[in-house]
Design a protein around this ligand. Structure first.
Ligand code: SDX
Length: 431
């Protein structure tokens, strides 16, 4: 319980109505005002885009946008990026603690030994056009997993939830690589359980049946870091979508498919693809000022993709790590003179010195550099958000599981209605 209270006074035509609302404190971050009692008092709150709304209580990830702080179960993202790896971070998000040697080995072996998908899943792909966007394919095939795994659909069953979590983390890279291979008309490459999670993904993406292929460990480490940096991010649009879908007791595969659909938007996870398209459109450092001017022009819908964030009003700590990784990959591949990277670095410098971006606190976000790394790894732009979705899967599952394993109700927001008042039907001959 709480002894903190918020006192709301509604002044209406000289009539004052006082409503007392409980205030709760978390372990970090702002206090929250519990507004549940407002409905009984004849009011809703109004917060389109949920700029000031805490939708739930959570112990998974904390972001301080002013300090550029991102904690997963209390551990700073910079420390996880330097000392941990993606699967260990998946375990941390799911179970709340870093695994000991035995638990880590069990988790990794379980994930890496369930990377194959049902052979009949292959038939889904042939129904898509070869030029289908891979995110369209992922929305379809991830939801379709629920057609195969009837033994992990009961959301009230703890074991079903855990099995579904493992299956999703295991199989997302396989489905992602299949979507890519299908788009280029190459045969699917089966997963290899002897490789690392990220190494196996690069293997399934770039190996071919007619030649031996080795995965470059520097590139595998970079891919692992990209997945780690995308693993979770509090109540972002796609995670909130997963929670809302899950609140209706939809099965976990359907909930993750809903998250994938929400992530696809260029304002969200589609931004990494949009950053590359923007850098291509800029084409030359000489054109940067024109695009900066367009980004500042209220009458121009153009926004500088990879900049700005709902929460980070300072730097995005993930972008800092991503920039280092970008340098490592470009140096490893001898691409440090990559023209797009040079445009990106100059764009970042100009934007961060520009009064408009400083005043609106628009800094590079996680998507700004990830696209350049992925391009350097030979991954086509359309696959960027698929990789974001793959990385974000443990975060989506952790939030879904946190809600389902606790007390929850179906999410059902209300509205401010400004449409027509009640009126009678008009017969056609009187319209
Ligand atoms: C991700 O939520 C998450 O955690 C998301 C994410 C995650 O890990 O899940 O971090 C991943 O989605 C990162 C964001 C990727 N998106 C982009 O890079 C697309 C470009 N960015 C913008 O679309 C925008 O910044 C958003 C969508 C990211 C944030 O939008 P908000 O919070 O609604 O911010 P806003 O639109 O209210 O912007 C405030 C002002 C506005 O101007 P005014 O109305 O105050 O005059 O800043 C302007 C905006 O016009 N602005 C930009 C801008 N972003 C905001 N102007 C130019 N370029 C931009 N990129």
């Amino acid at each position: 319980m709480t002894d903190k209270k918020a006192l709301l006074t509604i002044k209406d035509n000289g009539q004052d109505k006082m409503i007392e609302l409980p205030v709760y404190s978390g372990s970090l971050g702002p206090d929250v005002i519990d507004i549940k009692s407002l409905t009984a008092n004849g009011f809703f709150t109004y917060d389109p885009g949920f700029i000031s709304t805490a939708s739930c209580e959570s112990k998974i990830t904390f972001i301080d946008g002013d300090k550029g702080l991102l904690l997963h179960r209390g551990y700073p993202i910079e420390q996880l990026a330097e000392h941990s790896d993606y699967l260990e971070t998946c375990y941390l998000l799911l179970y709340g603690e870093l695994p000991d040697k035995k638990d880590k080995a069990y988790f990794e072996n379980t994930i890496m030994n369930h990377t194959m998908v049902h052979e009949q899943m292959i038939d889904f792909f042939s129904g898509f056009r070869r030029d289908a966007h891979p995110m369209a394919i992922m929305c379809g095939v991830v939801g379709a997993l629920s057609a195969f795994y009837h033994d992990s659909l009961d959301v009230t069953n703890e074991r079903h939830r855990e099995v579904a979590a493992y299956r999703l983390i295991s199989k997302m890279p396989t489905l992602a690589a299949m979507a890519y291979k299908y788009s280029i008309g190459q045969p699917f490459i089966y997963p290899r359980n002897d490789l690392s999670y990220a190494g196996n993904f690069l293997h399934m993406m770039f190996a071919t049946p007619n030649s031996e292929s080795e995965v470059n460990p520097v590139l595998a480490r970079a891919m692992d870091k990209i997945l780690l940096l995308h693993a979770d991010h509090e109540q972002n649009a796609s995670t909130s979508t997963v929670r809302l879908a899950g609140s209706s007791n939809a099965n976990p595969f359907a909930c993750i498919a809903a998250g994938i659909a929400a992530l696809w938007g260029p304002a969200h996870g589609g931004a990494n693809e949009a950053v590359l398209n923007m850098l291509h459109e800029i084409g030359d450092e000489a054109n940067i000022d024109t695009f900066i001017a367009r980004a500042k022009d209220k009458n121009d819908p153009f926004r500088l993709m990879g900049f700005g964030h709902r929460v980070y009003k300072n730097f995005d700590p993930r972008a800092t790590v991503m920039k280092e990784t970008c340098n490592e990959v470009l140096n490893e591949l001898g691409l440090h003179d990559d023209p797009l990277f040079k445009i990106a670095k100059r764009l970042e410098r100009i934007a961060c010195e520009d009064e408009y971006f400083i005043e609106k606190k628009l800094y590079p976000n996680v998507d700004f550099y990830s696209g350049i790394i992925l391009k350097a790894l030979g991954i086509p732009t359309e696959m960027f958000t698929v990789i974001f979705a793959t990385g974000r899967t443990p975060g989506w599952i952790a939030h879904w599981h946190e809600m389902i394993s606790g007390e929850y109700r179906i999410g059902r927001p209300r509205q401010l209605y400004t449409g027509p008042e009640k009126r009678n039907f008009i017969p056609e001959d009187q319209r």
